[in-house]
Design a protein around this ligand. Structure first.
Ligand code: P5A
Length: 448
């Protein structure tokens, strides 16, 4: 993409309404624009990152055997009256009437809707286990929407729902989600620590939140330092080897790790002092097992192998896809701007032409742009006539992992500069070398 043809409305000033770094940077980089409190438009650069994150979430869900689908944002009130949550959910629910004065709502979550789909179509244990998920916009009329996309009113969530014959099998499904979430966040360059959590309006009594440490986070967490060094594992994994999956879950749930709501100061004291950590953190996902909370009142029953009708056991599992954009920036930036982890970066590299009037510079830039482009590598080419200082500052601000700098001096020696954004390391290399280096780095990324 040539910058002269793109839509990247960079802000010069730090917007006054933003008081955490990710929100400031997202506004400055022209990633989002607030439409009204807690509701944002995703401008082209932000939209690209959102889609990259969404793709990783899909990929890991599918690896775990979960089935993608799409449910609507608007739901009928009747379904929520069946479960009893229509009144319980309170003011966070956006309630809507149509022209016939029927009651609807903009879904804050989908337990009822998916239970209705299940009960209309499944009646035998033979169709279990089943996990369906979608990635869809949600609305919660948060009392205090803040921190940009971190606590929005409209936000993008992956929500999945498992249906199982009994508690044991539902816990196997819970464990599959647990492990797939560890891997999902890891692929985005994040360390998300699972912590025992409260269930709130979703229900049940077994739940874990996944939290990324950040001093701007809204949650307070208490955990054993050993969790910071634990590996989520790579490579192939059979999610239906229940014992293996359970072992991974046990290894992550044995050290103390709890959110404020479930924290027990006395048990925490049993952790050796030098390993006790209290921190602020951002919740990027949460998983729940709630048994028959929805299936019983909503009559979602299956016939078991003994011929009896039993309510199906369920859980639900959420990832804050839009929140993740902010969380990644909180975890990965410096004083000059964002530093995107490669897998979620909106473009893989930025190309800077230091002199747009120089024929040779133009020729070299075109060559780099074309060669990398034909290999499927997305490049943001700053072909504008701004001065070099402004171009460097802009590239640093938007934080693409690699910067390729083409200037008359280097070009005269047959060389261009390759800069790695996270370390600032810069090397002058022949053009072919740069193309090779970028292509190799890109191939390694795609292979993952
Ligand atoms: C699980 C999926 C649920 O709603 N029902 C379906 C369950 N869980 S949750 O914890 O309430 O939400 C899941 C994730 O969504 C993100 N999230 C938000 N992101 C931005 N703005 C908000 N206002 C917001 N509320 C929740 C969080 O990442 C949360 O873990």
């Amino acid at each position: 993409m040539k910058l002269s043809q793109y839509f990247l409305p960079i802000l010069k000033e730090v917007p006054a309404e933003a008081n955490i770094i990710s929100h400031q940077l997202m506004l400055r980089c022209g990633m989002i624009k607030q439409t009204t409190a807690g509701i944002y438009s995703w401008l082209p650069l932000g939209f690209k990152v959102l889609k990259k994150i969404e793709e990783i979430v899909h990929d890991e869900q599918i690896k775990a055997g979960h089935i993608p689908m799409l449910m609507p944002t608007i739901q009928p009130a009747e379904l929520w009256q069946e479960s009893g949550r229509y009144d319980d959910y309170g003011k966070e629910m956006l309630r809507i009437n149509d022209r016939q004065d029927r009651n609807y709502l903009y879904g804050p979550t989908n337990e009822e809707l998916i239970t209705d789909i299940f009960r209309s179509n499944v009646s035998s244990y033979k169709d279990l286990p089943l996990t369906l998920y979608h990635i869809q916009w949600k609305f919660r009329d948060e009392l205090r929407p803040r921190f940009g996309v971190m606590r929005g009113r409209e936000f993008y969530m992956k929500d999945g729902y498992n249906f199982d014959l009994n508690e044991k099998e539902a816990i196997d499904a819970y464990n599959r989600h647990f492990v797939s979430y560890l891997r999902t966040f890891n692929r985005m360059g994040l360390k998300a620590i699972p912590m025992k959590a409260e269930t709130g309006p979703i229900g049940g009594n077994y739940s874990h939140e996944f939290l990324v440490l950040a001093n701007t986070g809204e949650s307070t967490v208490y955990f054993d330092k050993t969790l910071l060094d634990m590996d989520t594992g790579q490579g192939k994994l059979d999610y239906y080897q229940n014992t293996d999956i359970k072992k991974v879950v046990e290894s992550f749930t044995t050290p103390y790790a709890r959110t404020e709501d479930t924290h027990d100061a006395n048990i925490f004291l049993e952790v050796p002092e030098e390993r006790r950590i209290e921190s602020k953190a951002i919740e990027v996902g949460q998983i729940f097992y709630f048994g028959t909370k929805y299936s019983e009142p909503m009559n979602a029953y299956v016939v078991n192998p003994d011929g009896q009708r039993v309510p199906v056991h369920m859980g639900s599992h959420g990832i804050g896809v839009s929140r993740l954009v902010g969380a990644i920036i909180e975890a990965s930036h410096d004083e000059r701007g964002i530093i995107w982890p490669e897998p979620v970066s909106p473009f893989f590299a930025g190309l800077i032409n230091l002199n747009h009037r120089d024929e040779e510079c133009l020729r070299v830039c075109d060559k780099v742009y074309e060669e990398l482009g034909t290999n499927g590598i997305e490049i943001l080419y700053d072909d504008t006539n701004e001065r070099p200082g402004a171009k460097f500052a802009k590239m640093d601000l938007i934080g693409l992992p690699w910067q390729i700098v083409v200037g008359p001096k280097g070009v005269a020696e047959g060389k261009i500069e390759l800069v790695y954004r996270s370390t600032g390391e810069a090397t002058l290399l022949p053009l072919e070398e740069v193309i090779k280096k970028i292509s190799t780095a890109y191939k390694a990324l795609v292979k993952d």
